[in-house]
Ligand binder design. Sequence first.
Ligand code: NAD
Length: 571
Amino acid sequence: MPSHDHNKQNVVHVSYQQGASVLTNRYLNRGTAFTMEQRKELRILGALPPTVETLEEQVERAWAQLCRYDKPINRYQHLANIHATNTTLYYAIVLAHVEAVLPIIYTPTVGEACQNFSNYYVRERGLYLNKLLKGHFNEVMKQSLYDNVDIIVITDGSRILGLGDLGSNGIGISIGKCALYVAGAGLHPARVLPIVMDAGTNTERYLADKEYLGMRERRLDDEQFYGLMDEFMESVKTTWPSAVIQFEDFSNNHCFDILERYQNKYRCFNDDIQGTGAVIAAGFLNAIKRSGLPPLEQRIVVFGAGSAAVGVAKNIAQLAARLYNVPVDAVLKTFYLVDTKGLVCDNRGDKLAAHKVLLSRKEVSAADAQHLTTLEAVVQFVKPTALLGLGGVGPVFTEEIVKSVAANAARPIIFPLSNPTSKSECTPEDAYKWTNGAVLVASGSPFPASIVNGKTMKPSQGNNLYVFPGIGLGCAIAQPTYIPDDLLVAASACLNALTTPEQMEADQLYPPLDDIHNISAHIATEVILESQRLGIATNTDLPREKAELLKLVKKSQWVPHYPADVHVKLA
Ligand code: NAD
C-alpha cells in the first residue's frame, strides 16, 4: 500500500563520491532549491547558480518559461524536461496550474506528443516490453528502477485516443495517465509505472520511419500477443504483488477479451471501458435527476458502439439500478446503440461483435432495421430523450437532431463525449442555443461557458480524471484480490453524490475538477469500504469507519514539497 510516510521521506542516502548524482536523480533533485548547507554537505557548491529558491519561486520561474512557448507541444516538452530533472517541481507546477496544464500533459496535446513520440524522444521514462524480452519479464522488472509499485498503466499503443495505432509511441499515454495518478490522487511519483507492451504496429508511417524507436514490424498475432500479456500479468504479480494494473487504449479486438481474461484473477481494470463508464454514469444520473424523468422513462440513443459506449451504457444501468432500485436489465433496455451500419439490432443481417450483443435490440424487425442505417433515422424511430456521442467522428449532432430530441423531453440530455474537441458531436453552445437553454449537457473535452438568453451556461465535463485516480488509490490501499464491477459502481455513486445541491441547481453535473485531490480521497474511501463489504480487501489493518478511513486516505496522499528537515547522509 502507499506508505503513509511519503510526505516525510526526507533522508537522502548517497555516498561521498555520489553527492553530485543527486542532481541527476529526478526524485531527489531540487536544483536551485538546495540550501547552501545542503550544497555544502553534498559537495555541489559550484554546481548551481548562487541564488537559492523556494519551490514556489521555482514554480513561478518555470511557469514563466513555459508561457514563452506558443505551441502546446513545446510546452509539453518543457514539462517533460522538468519531470526528468526534478519530479517534485513538475508536480508542483501541475498542481499550481491544474486547468491550464491538463490539456498539455493529457488530451489534446498528449495525442500530438504520442504521434511523434520517437521523434521527440530524449530520455527513458517507464518500461518497454516486447517479444525480444519474452521469457525474461520477471528479470527485466526486477532490474528496473522501480522497487515498489502502486500503479501500472499499460498500453499496447494499438488505439491511442482517437488517433489509431501508434505502436510503441503509445507509451506517452501511459506516462500521461501516471502523471494524473500523482496529480489527481496523490500517489507517489516513484511508485507509478508507465509501460508499453510493444507488439508491433500496422501503421505504415512508423514502419517506414527510420526515427521510429519501437519494434518495426507488423502487429503480432493473437497467440503471440496473449503469450506476452500472460507473462506480463504473472510477472507483475511476482515482482510487485501490491500493484494495481490499469489497461489503457488497447484496440477493440483485444480490450474486452483482456478484461475478461484477467479481471477475476489479477488486481486490474480498464479505464476506457470501466473508468469512462463510471464517470459518465455519475454525471448522467445527475442529469436524469435534473430532468425529472426517471431512468426507465428515458430512451437513450448512443452514437458509437465501441469500448466507451458499451462501458457507459452498462455503468449507467448499474448506477441507476443502485440509486433507483430498478433492475439492471430494465435500464439496459432503454439504450439504442448506433454504429457505422446503423442501429445495433439482431435482425440487421450481420454478425455483431461480441461486445455489442448485450445491447443489441432484439425486437426491431428486419424490415425496420433496413431503414435504420443513420443516426437521423434512429432518432426519428426511437424518439429519444437523451443522446450520447461516443463515435469519435466529429459534429454529427446537427440542429435537426438536437431539436428532435428536445421535442421528446422538457429537459433533454445531450452528452457529446468524443475527444478531442474537433471530434465532439456538437458544441455545448449549439446544444444550448438549439434548445433555448433547456438541454442538460456534459462534454468529453473542455468547452467554454456560453451565454444563452442572457444566462451564463457552463457545460459540465465528463473527464475520466474524476474517477480512475481514486479507484487506483483505493485499490492500492485496500489491496483487493481483484477489482469487481461493484468497486467501479461504488466510485461512480460517490462521484455522483459529491455534486452539491447548489451545483445541481446550476445544472453542474460534476463537482469542480480543481478539487480533484479531495474527490479522489472520497472515491478511494468508498472503494476501500466496498472491498471490505465484499470481503476482498487483503489489507485487514484498515479502519472500517468512513470518517476514520477518509482521514487515513488523505494522510497517504503525496503532495509535492521539499521536506524542510532533509538530512543528507554521506557514507
Ligand atoms: P472505439 O473506436 O472503440 O468506438 C467508436 C465507435 O463509433 C465504433 O463502434 C464505431 O463503429 C462507431 N463509429 C465510428 N464512426 C461512425 C460513424 N460514421 N457512424 C456511426 N458510428 C460510427 O472508440 P471508443 O474508445 O469507444 O471511444 C469513442 C470516443 O469516445 C472517442 O472519441 C473518445 O475520445 C471518446 N471517449 C470519451 C471519454 C470521456 O469523455 N470521458 C472517455 C473515453 C472515450
